[in-house]
Design a protein around this ligand. Structure first.
Ligand SMILES: [Zn+2]
Ligand SMILES: [Zn+2]
Length: 814
């Protein structure tokens, strides 16, 4: 009996509606009363699926299509064929499995898996041709054999449930019984004991076995003796081992979920209770209040969520709703589904910041579950948009990973329903993920920047203040995550030089300890973030400001120290670089970077420009060093694996202080028109011209059209007419020697959009008063409020009242 009303950590609420006996949930009674199967699917859900399979349609074709050679454990497409193939399978239990991450080449590529999944004398890398042999590699193959057996048991059990043909349940039972007989004993720590090297892998392996057991529990394939054997010799012992290892990090998520799924499948209240308590603890103490798993999002967020879903699905059919449970404010499974939507790139690729596979996309299979458990337009939108990419890929990247966008996953097959014809689109905005320490800058043009300002957390990289840029429907300036942990090149991926930041004296950063975001402004066409770091290089303070204006991305760095240093400003880009002018060839020493191969080097004074010719569109890159001499190296470095190389840009300055102002301007056009006059950068594309003022005390007096007392200001014209203006930390802008805007006091930000009939003003400041604006309009909107202006000779006087004020937003300062 579990009492959820007392003795619980104060933030933990009851997981079920209190019953008539008063806030006490009888887990044991719930379990005893629950009809099987229920851990993966109920009899009702099976009959819905079975009925669906009798009609022609996508599910039936998934069911009947042939399976691929190496099928994942959770098979949607071709499950019948996997089950049929498994009927013939030798179910002798292999020796204890090793570590999958060992099965990687030094270049980062996974070695070719033997077709028969048998240990081989040699394993080859298909990319670089290198071959490997020995125990570690054989161990990885044994690991795969175990996962295949677990997957076979589950596929057999599901096909049995659909077809009610005993041949399938007999074979599934055979696998379970053989495992019960062969199981060598539980884990005693992370890598000792069990049938798999890592307790994590043991947890991943046992869940499908427990789900299969529940599905065939009442089949004639198991008698009481078999059940006793399986429960006592296999499941209880595995659970005991996983419990003893603990619930730290994403391993713990799988440990606790496996214990819970075992508990459900053998109807053991104590194990289920342990899992629920552990889940509460993990969500409370390990999930960030920003809804993200702080180890890394692209891999470690969805990895534990996948484990939790196994547990939550089983509990849901038991009458315990973990989905809508919030053991601590803002921390819930729902938050784990919602938060990544603001974190992903518009193409559904996930920023590969910190450890984890580069090729990571929003997992649509898990969103099938989200769509099923919550009637939320955002989750329906994810599925519709994602599967539309499967039919109409946005870019080559999606084409290459088209499987990630096809509706053929395990959960889609089991539970997928018709998607609604109409559903709202989520609003995507710049967002600050405060716990993991990453903010995004994005706007309507589908430009997105990630900015990593946080400390070094578990699975982190030495990448303080690094950024990525998505534009032109492609990830142009990526972070490549990590290849298999066993690859010898791993150190490159965690080092500073493999990130888009500044390297000091060719050395990696120290592990950062602080956050340091000082500004984060989410505007209409202006996005801004600034972070300061003094914890990554001893004696050096770096301030990086990223400003996104429409599609133009400025990365502005100031490095200060009392000692002389070599500052290397680095980005890599998925395109080929072409100089916009001739620069003086120069010798730039990059020998301290083992993985970087220089191809060309130059030196320049004050400014230089390279354009990256990309598959779709281009990226113009202008660099200004504020009068300082600088060196430039164009070379290559490893992309997501060492064998694929991406072009790299390194700009070096020497001194105690260095300033870099970089403009990354994505455009469909070649040779975008960019110029700089004093503090004003002019970018022209078709009839749209942006004048961007960036304050610089050292710059020569500007003769330019745009003047201001602010730190930054923008005037956008279209066909010669002023279309929008923006001002950061200032009070006025003059344009063509006439006052364009004057605020009653210095504002944090103000933006005016003249595109509509009446100007829209976004005013972030805590002072009310009279604003002057050059316009002949009389009606406007200030922060959404209607406002009337007194207007004479093209100048409007506009009263900003205190009711109209908004603070720059909770998101403004971290
Ligand atoms: Zn290789
Ligand atoms: Zn990284």
């Amino acid at each position: 009996m579990v009492d959820w009303s007392v003795g619980r950590a104060s933030t933990v609420a009851p997981v079920v509606i209190p019953d008539s006996e008063g806030h006490v949930v009888h887990l044991a009674a719930l379990l005893a009363g629950s009809p099987r199967p229920y851990v993966l699917m109920s009899e009702r859900e099976i009959s819905v699926l079975r009925r669906g399979l009798t009609k022609d349609g996508w599910k039936r074709s998934l069911y009947l299509q042939p399976a691929e050679d190496l099928q994942p454990v959770y098979t949607g497409a071709g499950i019948m064929s996997v089950a049929n193939r498994s009927l013939e399978m030798d179910t002798t239990i292999p020796a204890r499995g090793g570590h999958y991450h060992k099965f990687f080449c030094d270049c980062g590529n996974r070695l070719t898996i033997p077709e028969d999944l048998k240990p081989a004398p040699q394993y080859q890398c298909s990319v670089c041709g290198k071959s490997y042999s020995g125990e570690d590699f054989d161990g990885a193959v044994l690991y795969m054999q175990h996962q295949r057996l677990a997957g076979a048991a589950l596929s057999l059990a599901i096909v049995y449930a659909i077809e009610k043909d005993r041949a399938y349940s007999d074979k599934a039972a055979e696998i379970l019984i053989n495992y019960a007989r062969a199981y060598p004993g539980p884990h005693t720590d992370y890598t000792t004991g069990g049938i798999l090297y890592q307790s994590l892998c043991e947890a991943v392996w046992v869940i499908p076995l427990a789900q299969a057991y529940d599905l065939i529990y009442y089949s004639r394939s198991l008698n009481d003796t078999d059940r006793q054997l399986i429960e006592n010799q296999l499941f209880r012992r595995v659970a005991d081992g996983l419990k003893s290892v603990g619930i730290e990090g994403n391993w713990g998520s799988w440990h606790l979920s496996a214990v819970g799924v075992i508990g459900l499948s053998i109807k053991d209240a104590e194990l289920v209770n342990y899992a629920l308590e552990s889940l509460a603890s993990q969500l409370t103490t390990q999930l960030g209040e920003d809804g993200l798993w702080p180890e890394s999002v692209h891999t470690y967020h969805f990895y534990p969520l996948r484990a939790f879903v196994h547990l939550a699905e089983g509990c849901y059919r038991l009458g315990i709703d973990l989905y809508n449970w919030e053991p601590s404010p803002g921390k819930s499974l729902k938050a784990m589904f919602t938060a990544p939507l603001q974190y992903m790139y518009p193409s559904f690729r996930l920023p590969a910041i910190n450890d984890g596979w580069y090729d990571s996309f929003l997992p649509l299979d898990l969103y099938e579950i989200a769509h099923r458990r919550w009637d939320e337009p955002a989750f329906a939108w994810v599925l519709k948009r994602g599967y539309r990419f499967g039919e109409n890929p946005l870019n080559d990247d999606q084409r290459e990973h088209i499987k990630a966008f096809r509706r053929s996953s395990f959960y889609a097959f089991l539970f997928g329903r018709d998607l609604p014809g109409r559903s709202g689109t989520p609003v995507f905005k710049s967002h600050n993920f405060k716990r993991i320490g990453i903010c995004t800058l994005r706007n309507d043009d589908d430009v997105m920047v990630t900015f990593d300002y946080g400390p070094f957390l578990g699975h982190g990289h030495l990448d303080k203040l690094s950024f990525t840029l998505y534009a032109n429907d492609n990830l142009l300036v990526p972070d490549y995550g990590t290849p298999g942990y066993g690859s010898s090149i791993l150190g490159w991926y965690t080092s500073t030089a493999s990130h888009n930041t500044v390297v000091v004296d060719c050395k990696p950063q120290q592990k950062a300890t602080d956050y340091g975001l000082t500004l984060h402004y989410d505007g209409a066409f202006l996005q801004l973030a600034e972070a300061k770091a003094a914890d990554h290089y001893p004696g050096v303070v770096q301030t990086r400001r990223i400003l996104v204006v429409g599609r133009w991305c400025f990365v502005i760095d100031l490095l200060e120290s009392s000692d002389e240093h070599e500052y290397d400003w680095l980005i890599r880009c998925e395109g080929s670089p072409e100089p916009a002018e001739r620069y003086e060839p120069w010798d730039v020493d990059c020998s301290k970077y083992a993985e970087i191969k220089p191809t060309k080097a130059y030196r320049f004074f004050d400014s230089c420009r390279f354009d990256w010719i990309c598959k779709e569109g281009n990226l113009a890159t202008a660099m200004w060093t504020h009068g300082a001499p600088a060196e430039l190296m164009i070379g290559t470095c490893p992309a997501e694996i060492a064998e694929r190389r991406v072009s790299l840009y390194l700009c070096r300055q020497r001194g105690t202080t260095a300033r870099f102002t970089a403009l990354l301007a994505p455009s469909r056009q070649k040779g975008l028109d960019i110029s700089k006059d004093g503090c004003v950068i002019r970018i022209a594309e078709d009839d749209c011209v942006d004048h961007i003022y960036l304050k610089d005390e050292n710059a020569a007096l500007s003769s330019s059209l745009l003047q201001t007392d602010g730190e930054a200001a923008v005037v956008r014209t279209r066909a010669g007419e002023i279309h929008a203006i923006a001002l950061v930390n200032g009070s006025w802008i003059r344009w063509m020697d006439e006052l364009l805007i004057e605020c009653p006091s210095k504002v944090d930000y103000v933006e005016v959009s003249f595109g509509e009939r009446n100007p829209h003003i976004r005013y972030c400041c805590d002072t009310a008063g009279v604003m002057k604006l050059r316009t002949s309009a009389r009606a406007m909107r200030i922060n959404g409020h209607k406002a009337a202006a007194a207007n004479s000779e093209g100048q409007a006087l506009l009263r900003v009242t205190s009711q109209m004020l908004i603070s720059p937003g909770a998101d403004y300062l971290s």
